[in-house]
Design a binder for this molecule. Sequence first.
Ligand code: 9J3
Ligand code: ZN
Length: 262
Amino acid sequence: QAADNPYERGPAPSNSSIEASRGSYATSQTSVSSLSVRGFGGGTIYYPTSTSDGTFGAVVISPGFTAYQSSIAWLGPRLASQGFVVFTIDTNTTVDQPASRGDQLLAALDYLTQSSSVRSRVDASRLGVMGHSMGGGGTLEAAKDRPSLKAAIPLTGWNTDKTWPEVQTPTLVVGADGDTVASVTTHSKPFYNSLPSSLDKAYLELRGATHFTPNTSNTTIAKYSISWLKRFVDNDTRYEQFLCPIPSASLTIAEYRGNCPH
Ligand code: 9J3
Ligand code: ZN
């Protein structure tokens, strides 16, 4: 790890390394029973197996309405193998609304850093949140409630609150061009536009995608989520090259907006 950034983890990145199905770290996982926790519904923690690289930043991920952790499980090993502790959670009930999901993301972060079996592997000062749909809406709620969070990534997020000027956490808003449940016009675009103009923020609109695209392995979601988490949870400027200059529209990107450089 570089002397100028004690939080750098893993080798220098390339486009292929952030598109790969796995990063450089072998991972392990441990199940957290709902019966053993309060404030959320349990889940699965994915983490780099080795302890030789010190602590890691961490991210908790919430599923959407009526869904379980299985709907976002692909992100566990995909992100953890790049050098993060990743906690995919179940919510207390599958019909919990975004504000509740935000509270549950924060409860899960507190469990992860204070009580979990991997707490010694986590740097409690470098935490992020992600979620799908109402879990993406909850991601914005969590960031609004806890400004110390380092990164937030709502994936085809859904919320009745469309305005997020209170958020101080660097936020990557991911929308899908074919989303008919949380259309980008009524959800992701207003979310992005309402974030402070001075904030490190970006809007990634997936091309040929639906509301449920974040529920299966997706290289575009992975590469920009990895880059965003590395850049803002780890302060790893080696990943700035993938975020700035703003990525061009492509076969998989309908539109990308942001403020560069970060
Ligand atoms: O989590 C989601 O998929 C939210 C979209 C939804 O079904 O909202 C209607 C209540
Ligand atoms: Zn608002």
